[in-house]
Design a protein around this ligand. Sequence first.
Ligand code: INI
Length: 158
Amino acid sequence: MPQELHGVLQVGKERYGIVVSRFNDFITSRLLDGALDCLRRHGAVDEQITIMWVPGSFEVPLAARRLAGSGKFAAVICLAAVIRGQTDHYDYVCQQITRGVGEAGLATGVPVLFGVITTDSLDGAIDRAGAKGGNQGFKSAAAAIEMVHVFDQLNEMK
Ligand code: INI
């Protein structure tokens, strides 16, 4: 039988970093609530969680890279909202945060999760910050817990 590694949603003693953008904070604060709810429901206490606020999506990758590279966190959850109607440079901001968040994970080997909403409209953002589309913050925190757990299993393999 091949060995399969599956992460389960169970927090141990590890610490989680959260980077959250102040831009569109009426949306990102809901994403943060969702992420905290998820971490706490699965066993985290507040001492295991560090939240770093940054001005906007453009700054998220650098903050994520610093947190992930610090060696203090098992995973870093990135929360932001880019809404097309609000900016002429929507595509550039989306590109920066998408590529940068991915690179932060690849460069450090630490799971860096993409809890970022990119939508055409404010309504679309609201849907994915706790309304019809669920809460992207909760989902990305769940993915963080799963990745930490599956990597723990890899580390424990003989
Ligand atoms: N930042 C966001 O997080 N979302 C946006 O929709 C957005 N818009 O629309 O421009 C945005 N801009 C700010 C940007 O991320 C930087 O903080 C700013 O340019 C300073 O570097």
